[in-house]
Write a protein that binds this ligand. Sequence first.
Ligand code: NOJ
Length: 525
Amino acid sequence: MTHAAGAPWWANAIFYQVYPRSFADSNGDGVGDLDGVSAHLDHLSQLGIDAIWLNPVMVSPMADHGYDVADPRDVDPLFGGLVALDRLIAEAHARDIRITMDLVPNHTSSAHAWFQAALATAPGSAARQRYIFRDGLGPDGEIPPNNWVSVFGGPAWTRITEPDGTPGQWYLHLFDAEQPDINWDNPEAFEDLEKTLRFWLDRGVDGFRIDVAHGMAKPPGLPDMANPDIEMLTLDDDDPRFNHDGVHAIHRGIRSVLDDYPHAVTIGEIWVFENEDFAKYLRPDELHMGFNFRLVRAEFDATDIREAIENALAAASLADASPTWTLSNHDVEREVTRYGDGATGLARARAMAMVMLALPGAMFLYNGEELGLPNVDLPDEVLQDPVWERSGHTERGRDGCRVPMPWTGDAPPFGFSSNPDTWLPMPAAWASLTVERQLADPDSTLAFFRTILQLRRRRFHFTDYDVEWLQLRDDAVAFLSGGVLCVLNTGSTALPLPPGEFLTASAPLVGGELAPDSAAWIATD
Ligand code: NOJ
């Protein structure tokens, strides 16, 4: 398929994920906010991005840092309220940067008025029908209705006390107990979501990243899981908790609303790894794009990386959709650490950024990736991710990839906030990683990202969503895409480069050859 002419803005766009708590704090409470994002838009323009994806900023008790929404049509005061969002939209649009938001349709916060009403009324009430309440098993209903586990650990069911004070029904929560799952068989679920979609789109938002887009619909009878010992934060394709066929009708409903706003995009979070199943979400009347997480899962290994790319391209092409690429986000260990940490991890992360940015499709960068931030080993007492508690302190959770951004200065909080008490502590060693320090160094990771993002814009001419593979060596990945050859060396010896106009490399060449753990771009037209 070609998409050069008349392609929507998102087809090859660079999205930059802002984790709002961690980007920049404008009011000195130690937590990032939307005015903080507005204040740093120059950083993003100079980087050369097309759109921001904001993690949830709706009203929330923040049990899962915003993925527990108590009012889906308002911005939490912690982030500056609706006025701060309006300011950000206006200032971003003035710089040609689009704003996309997270939408959380699978569950609400337990503080949502709907859930509070469900707790206050008797079993079977209309309010209970908005969630998934069931009687327990066993003589006194003391056993959960099925064996489902929460993605964050422990049972996916919590028992309530009925309004009359007796031990009561159980409600389903695929995540934290503060995140009850909505009953999507109830038409009120979609009616309310439609109001939410229109509310933000009418305010000028350019689209949504849809949380747990493979969740929402649950199989009739809620059959047991075959594998309840599944590792936390991972999913099987045959897991009854996710990817039930009924989910597609929900996406068709969402698309029918989005079609009234043709400038706006939907990108689903789809943890589904069967290509045929993944592609179903991208049919012409469903989502515009789906996050493909294969590159996140790939080891720094030539075969693994090539397979991940081939599969992601194949999955998108089954639906004639734009492929999507990401190396990290707020849920996974940062890639510098995943690839080995230290100098090796950073070299590989830079090389992989070049591999990713050479691919056709939409890119998702995660704040701090452009600085080469590693994951942070945080002490127990500061951990906030619900995974830490729910796993009985066996899993540390995702806080290590959410530490605030270092902007300026020589000591924490590095210009992130005026308050030294940031919501997660920042390592003193990040003094060498600040935006300020990296701007002054032409060899910095930030300078490198600016260069490769600019080269992607100027030198790649994508006409289709395909790449042509070259076989150079078993420990190399090489492909032609958009008129540029990308070569990655995952081996331990230097690799001779094919002929062509050398554009750049992620590390200095060694005697004219590509060093281990690095990548290069060579123009061929
Ligand atoms: C996926 C989000 O990316 C993650 O951060 C969140 O905890 C879960 N969905 C639950 O909403």
